[in-house]
Design a protein around this ligand. Structure first.
Ligand SMILES: *[C@@H]1O[C@H](CO)[C@@H](O)[C@H](O)[C@H]1NC(C)=O
Ligand SMILES: *[C@@H]1O[C@H](CO)[C@@H](O)[C@H](O)[C@H]1NC(C)=O
Ligand SMILES: *[C@@H]1O[C@H](CO)[C@@H](O)[C@H](O)[C@H]1NC(C)=O
Ligand SMILES: *[C@@H]1O[C@H](CO)[C@@H](O)[C@H](O)[C@H]1NC(C)=O
Ligand SMILES: *[C@@H]1O[C@H](CO)[C@@H](O)[C@H](O)[C@H]1NC(C)=O
Length: 316
């Protein structure tokens, strides 16, 4: 009973007439503090020409660790990297001031449904001296609804990614490593669709460039440029596909039995490397963030959020 209640809640909220503010307000508060501490660390960054260090060169891995897999020890590929050469504002994990979360919103991806963390944690070792760390967060395709679309993704499946920042004491580049994949609906235990790692990466890139990426024809010389905007910020993203970081393989890849098909490996060996410039920003730095009025909806939403936490079971 409890689990079906949890499942239905997002629908209850989705069914109400205007989008909820609760989640984003909640996030913004939390992000202010976080953003500040990341800014401070940014001062110590040391970024090589590529914009990141290959984790493998210093004891890390381009595959994640997952608590339980069959067989044990399989991981998911880190198949996209936002370089540490990108605009410093994008490398701050915040929605305000044109930060990383605002960049994700600019191509249709939002934080988790009502701020509730769902799905298992995965750990990555970026070779930066931090060892294995759980993901910073999980970001989901929002189906065109920035406030609540990620709830739909959680239930119906779709594109999503986890991310980690290479900011440890030994290799502090500020680069952001993404593990993108396209998952099936929750009713099918969130398995990955066939070719779902390569496709998850390329649909994400397609959302940035605005035209579809031919996954089967990519090489390590493929490049694209895309422009996306959100909250008054415009981002130019230069993308190049890079080989040599990931192997072209099925071995050790989570769900490799169903993901690799028709002679195509679960992981095609390419990583999409993203360099981001901010080409336009709001007239005043405060314009990107407006305080929203506290409404009855907000209060209802918070009560529901509380209920969700109380009745939350690790089903998602
Ligand atoms: C990741 O989070 C889980 C709880 O979801 C915790 O048990 C585990 O110790 C964490 N792993 C790391 C490497 O921090
Ligand atoms: C954008 O993302 C959606 C969801 O993953 C995908 O269906 C669509 O094909 C993507 N758009 C492009 C142009 O790749
Ligand atoms: C991929 O390359 C093949 C052979 O060059 C070509 O026939 C096909 O149209 C390409 N597919 C896409 C989606 O670009
Ligand atoms: C691309 O891959 C080929 C091997 O398939 C390799 O010889 C070449 O150096 C790579 N080029 C780049 C730019 O990484
Ligand atoms: C999947 O990976 C495991 C190693 O984790 C390997 O033994 C197995 O052969 C792979 N399965 C396929 C279908 O490639």
């Amino acid at each position: 009973m409890r689990s079906s209640f949890t499942l239905l809640l997002p629908y209850v909220i989705l069914a109400s007439p205007t989008p909820s503010l609760c989640h984003s307000l909640d996030y913004r508060n939390w992000n202010w503090k976080r953003a500040l501490s990341l800014w401070e660390r940014g001062e110590e960054r040391n970024v090589p020409e590529e914009g990141y260090y290959d984790p493998l060169q210093s004891g890390g891995s381009m595959l994640t660790q997952i608590p339980v897999t069959y067989p044990a020890g399989q991981g998911e590929p880190l198949n996209a990297i936002i370089t540490g050469r990108s605009d410093a504002r994008v490398l701050v994990d915040a929605e305000v001031n044109g930060g990383l979360r605002n960049y994700f919103l600019s191509f249709g991806f939002s934080g988790e449904c009502l701020g509730q963390h769902s799905g298992s944690d995965q750990a990555a070792n970026l070779g930066d001296g931090n060892g294995y760390k759980n993901e910073t967060s999980v970001i989901r395709w929002n189906y065109g609804d920035p406030e609540l679309g990620s709830c739909k993704e959680t239930i119906q499946g779709g594109n999503h990614f986890r991310y980690w920042v290479q900011d440890g004491p030994q290799r502090n580049t500020g680069a952001v490593f993404l593990a993108a994949s396209y998952e099936k609906p929750i009713a099918q235990q969130h398995d990955i669709i066939p070719n779902g790692y390569n496709l998850g990466r390329d649909w994400l890139i397609g959302n940035i460039t605005g035209s579809s990426v031919p996954t089967a024809n990519l090489t390590n010389t493929t490049t694209y440029t895309g422009s996306t905007s959100w909250a008054g910020y415009t981002y130019q993203t230069d993308i190049s596909y890079v080989s040599g970081l990931l192997a072209d393989t099925n071995d050790g890849i989570n769900h490799n039995i169903t993901v690799g098909l028709d002679g195509v490996n679960s992981v095609d060996g390419l990583v999409a490397v993203l360099d981001i410039r901010i080409t336009a920003s709001p007239p005043s730095s405060s314009a990107g963030w407006r305080a929203s009025p506290i409404s009855l909806r907000y209060l209802i939403c918070c009560v529901l959020l509380l209920l969700t936490s109380l009745s939350f079971v690790p089903l998602f």
